[in-house]
Design a protein around this ligand. Sequence first.
Ligand code: FAD
Ligand code: NAD
Length: 401
Amino acid sequence: MQKTNIVILGAGYGGLITNKKIEKLLQAGEANITLINKHDYHYITTQLHKVGVGTACDRKIALSIPELIDSNKTKFVVGSVSNVDAQQQTVLLESGDEIPYDYLVISLGFEVATFGIPGIKEYAFELRSFRSSKAIHHQIIKQLSLYKEDGDPSRLTFAVAGGGFTGIEMLGELAEGLPKLCNEYGVPFDKVKIVGIEAADSLIPFFGEELISYTSKVMEKHRIEIFTSTKILSCTEDAIQLEGDMVLPCRTLIWSCGVKANSVLEKFGIPLVRGKVPVEKDLRVKGLENVFCIGDCALFMKDDQNALPPTAQVAMQQAEVCGENIVALMRHTNVKAFEYHHKGSVASIGDRTAVGKVGSFTMSGWFAAIMKRVIENRYLFVLGGPSLVLKQTLFLNREPI
Ligand code: FAD
Ligand code: NAD
């Protein structure tokens, strides 16, 4: 009898955890499992702001995928997915290779949303992947070096667009990491300007008065200039145009104004809603019996109006059920409906402080920062057990950056 082909697209939070779950439930040889990802490493998206500022060593954020999978059970393919043919049940790669599937998991993640604002795609920097975040680090170093040659103050203005979680994490990291970089490159830190720009009337507008006020105070303490109720209208290589006829001379704009699903989905011939793949309660794509979609690519409605947000927490919980459901279909048993259990959210503002909410309990300061580390370590534990947690936290912490 021919073995069942299970193909997983994307080795991010959703794809890797689905793979882990299936590896756990199936014996070696029970199915062909193929995991496909653009690169041979998995990046810890939740730490990309550290890559941007250069405050974490690369090996801490980019983990080798072959080391995270069981090669007796899973075949790992480095490749870029260019299309899916649901009729023929094949995945097409940019290399021209075609990979057949019996069960497919689409977990290709997110792209940064730029809303067609002029200049953003061309000149702004993104916290999207390991590489795009590395580009931020190179830009910072380049501007510090060039400032010493021409003294142009726009080189020392570092702006972050969007005061959601990504924005405040980036601002906090800049405030903590830039003094050290300035020192290394012989640039006086007091000449540096860190600016946060948010369209709504406060940072983290969805988080409640107490945490908003705490976050604002931390920003003030770090001398971060915050513009609220201010939309970015466009940007060029050396300036940002703001609402109210304001122009901010600046050569480094980090764009963190929200995300959308991977645009490769548009080619798959699956009808999209809000740019995402609508899924049933069991995480199967509407109208397709053997295709699952999870994480930032999936539109999972928690009620008539509201979809689940694009978070790692959602992707990981969905992955567990997706893995179980694929095995259930193989074994002709019942599939499960996915139920999301929100465990809370914590956002760091640098290494030593954070803000968070678990149920109605709000937290801030060092306690929240510790909680953030606990959450990160829990993910490492799920991914690679205690040895990965030890390696990442104890040994790699000692490596020079
Ligand atoms: P991803 O994790 O993005 O994985 C997608 C994978 O697919 C990637 O490996 C990518 O390389 C690969 N891929 C993409 N296109 C192709 C292609 N064409 N071919 C092959 N492979 C491809 N959420 C939280 O819950 N907590 C946090 O603290 C948190 N922090 C965040 C910080 C930042 C800066 C950002 C941007 C997001 C953060 N999020 C956080 C959100 C979280 O990262 C995402 O919701 C999560 O990564 C979604 O998981 P996913 O599996 O859908 O996609
Ligand atoms: P977001 O959508 O949460 O926030 C984007 C912010 O940008 C909004 O506050 C919006 O008002 C602002 N904005 C939009 N257009 C603008 C413009 N033209 N000018 C100025 N401001 C503008 O996006 P995000 O922060 O990138 O987060 C994306 C997802 O990742 C979310 O689901 C978030 O929860 C998740 N995330 C979680 C964490 C965490 O849990 N620690 C960290 C980062 C991201």
